[in-house]
Every structure is written in structure tokens, then in C-alpha cells.
Design a protein. Structure first.
Length: 153
């Protein structure tokens, strides 16, 4: 009896986790994003050995060399995503040029998306805020909010 109880509890908890992430399916519009600007002191540091920074051998300490601030994009600048579910992953598309996969990473126990921007690719943790009904893209290194989306009807 204990064995069946344990199995049923495990199934209940695992279904609960996936049910929450399934709530990301639908249409979303970006309402807030974080932009990080490199300070003058950071630019000077980059110029000393820019190849190492571009190739990823070195990174700037964000607390010393950068400043982050929120941007509330205008309607035409908002990233508008449609998220659909496949078998064990999701697709995020803007209907134009963006079509990225949201997949589960067992090492981090989180869902991730990688978006190509500017000259590189950026990976984000994808989280659903149940209380606020918002979709969050978090910087995977610092787990800080990079973009916040609200549901479009």
C-alpha cells in the first residue's frame, strides 16, 4: 500500500510541475525588458583584450562594469510571441523571423530558450509566474529578469 501511495504522490507532483509550465502556451506580449549598458570603465577594459571577450574566454564583472535599467517598449517595439506545445518541448515564434525551441534542461531542472540577438546568442531560463500570470525570461547566470511578458487575448 505504501508503495502505491508513493508512486501516486510522485505522479501527482510531476504532473503538477508540467501542468504549470503548460500554462505558457498561448500569445504573449513583452511589457518590460532589461537593457544592460557597459560603462566607460567597462569599455576601456574591453579594449585592452577585446578578442578574449568576444570569444568568451573572459567576461566582465557586471557589478563593476555595467548598469542595467528597465525599458517599457512601445507597442510596435514589443516582442510578441506565440508559444505552442510539441511532444516534450515548446516552440516560441513571433510569426516573422523568430522561431526558437523552449526545451527542458535536466542539468538545471529548468526550461531554456536561446535567442539570436545582435552579434550573438543569448540563453534564458523560461519561467511562468502563477500569481501574476506572467511569462519571464531570466538571465541564466544571475537568474535576473531579462524580459517580462503578459498574456495577449
Amino acid at each position: 500500500m505504501k508503495k502505491y501511495l508513493c508512486i501516486s504522490l510522485m505522479l501527482l507532483f510531476s504532473n503538477n510541475i508540467f501542468a504549470q509550465i503548460d500554462k505558457i502556451v498561448g500569445n504573449w506580449a513583452e511589457i518590460k525588458c532589461v537593457r544592460t549598458d557597459t560603462l566607460d570603465i567597462g569599455r576601456e577594459e574591453l579594449q585592452k583584450n577585446w578578442k578574449a571577450y568576444v570569444k568568451g574566454y573572459k567576461t566582465l564583472d557586471p557589478e563593476k562594469y555595467t548598469e542595467s535599467y528597465y525599458i517599457f517598449p512601445e507597442e510596435e517595439d514589443k516582442l510578441k510571441l506565440t508559444i505552442i506545445k510539441e511532444e516534450d518541448f515548446f516552440w516560441a515564434t513571433d510569426g516573422k523571423k523568430l522561431k526558437e525551441k523552449i526545451a527542458y534542461n535536466p542539468d538545471f531542472k529548468e526550461y531554456f530558450i536561446t535567442i539570436k540577438k545582435y552579434m550573438g546568442s543569448y540563453s534564458y531560463i523560461v519561467r511562468y509566474d502563477v500569481i501574476a500570470d506572467k511569462l519571464l525570461f531570466l538571465n541564466y547566470r544571475y537568474e535576473e529578469v531579462s524580459s517580462e511578458f503578459e498574456r495577449k487575448i
